[in-house]
Design a protein around this ligand. Structure first.
Ligand code: HPA
Ligand code: ZN
Length: 372
């Protein structure tokens, strides 16, 4: 069912070598921009969409970081919001993660997790998000002495309020930190079981290189036995082989990032044939120097090759934009056209863990948006 993703037909309207990849290069991009002059920021914000790759801890805006730190008596390394923003000049994933974990230190009480999550939902709904599947990193909190219960209760209460007050549906995905051991992941799984009804799936995140998916096979099997969906970060900084492992060893139903698949044509064929959803985050990849610029990002080529691509924000407070800002970036940098946006938005609903009825409803809303 999950593999029954958008068949790539829409994407093929724009062949792989068009735009940034055609021989005429710049001229085609320029023409494409002309053709899509009607794709304003406002229009892209209004496209009904799902966000499938967002770390809630990565939505902690510096302003909120300071407010919560002051309230909780936590001393930050930075003196001002401006100083924090200046530190957001990352060399790679690890330099980002060092700051990301530093930021989580302010989150101590249920109220902090609630405010963080509700603020994300407000921002996301202002950018057209109708459904969000949100990662959280319990070990980033339990390792600091904050109870699992505190984090999940605050987050879950905000998700309920998001549905009630903002009309946005959501699911929560528990991520295991791959720089920690498989035993610690298994312990986290055990702690999660009393909250099973509040968690739709498990994922794998944090420092990728040197921490291959296969090390987490047993805990993913355990998660599957409990009926959790499974996703994994793979092929962000790590090699294409990690994407294969995530599929074959962990049973991942979606791959988070997955952009390094482009180095391996056989893997691209497999991902296309099986329509494995890829939750791509263009601004993140540029900020973490996976690619030098949006112009050189392969997401348009991936879509053109029939891959089930979605566009997401990852850690929006750190990477310069929420989901619609990523839509704007691929419009400006890669000449994404109307049908490309329709394809990624359609993919986002199809690749979600919503029920078939809910997907159908949201796909109808999306279709009517594009047909009016
Ligand atoms: N990659 C891996 N782990 C993460 C990320 C990311 O982009 N963001 C938060 N944890
Ligand atoms: Zn991520």
């Amino acid at each position: 069912m999950l593999r029954r993703c958008l068949a790539g037909g829409l994407a093929l309207v724009y062949p792989a070598d068009e735009g940034a990849y055609s021989e005429e290069g710049e001229r085609s991009v320029w023409l494409m921009r002309l053709r899509d002059a009607a794709l304003t920021d406002e229009l892209l914000r209004e496209i009904p969409k799902a966000e499938l790759h967002i770390h809630i801890e990565g939505s902690l805006e510096p302003q909120m970081m300071f407010e919560i730190a002051a309230r909780n008596g936590v001393r930050l390394r930075y003196g001002s919001v401006r100083e924090v923003r200046e530190a957001y000049d990352f060399a790679d994933l690890q330099t980002f993660l060092d700051l990301y974990y530093e930021g989580t230190r302010v989150l101590l009480h249920e109220r902090d997790f609630y405010e963080l999550t509700f603020a994300y939902l407000q921002k996301a709904t202002s950018q057209g998000v109708r459904h969000a599947e949100i990662f959280f990193d319990p070990q980033a909190h339990t390792d600091r002495g904050v109870a699992f219960e505190t984090a999940i209760t605050g987050i879950h209460r905000a998700l309920l309020d998001g549905q009630r007050r903002l009309g946005v549906s959501s699911h929560l995905i528990l991520c295991f930190l791959r720089h920690l051991s498989a035993d610690e992941a298994a312990e986290t799984m055990r702690r999660a079981l009393p909250y099973k009804g509040q968690i739709v799936g498990v994922g794998l995140d944090s420092s990728e290189v040197g921490h291959p998916p296969e090390g987490f096979k047993a805990v993913f099997e355990e998660a599957a036995r409990h009926g959790f969906h499974r996703v994994a970060h793979a092929g962000e900084e790590g090699p294409p082989e990690y994407i294969r492992q995530a599929l074959d060893e962990l049973g991942a139903e979606r791959i988070d990032h997955g952009v390094r698949c482009v180095e391996d044509p056989g893997l691209v064929r497999r991902l296309r044939d099986e329509q494995v959803p890829l939750t791509v985050c263009p601004l993140s990849n540029v900020r973490l120097r996976v690619f030098p610029s949006v112009e050189e990002h392969p997401v348009k080529r991936m879509l053109g090759e029939g891959l089930c691509v979605t566009v997401n924000s990852d850690d929006p407070a750190y990477f310069g934009g929420y989901v619609a800002d990523n839509y704007c970036a691929v419009r400006d940098g890669l000449g994404f056209a109307r049908e490309d946006f329709r394809a990624v938005a359609e993919n986002s609903f199809r690749a979600s863990f919503l029920g078939e009825g809910e997907k159908k409803e949201l796909l109808e809303v999306l279709a009517s948006y594009f047909e009016t």
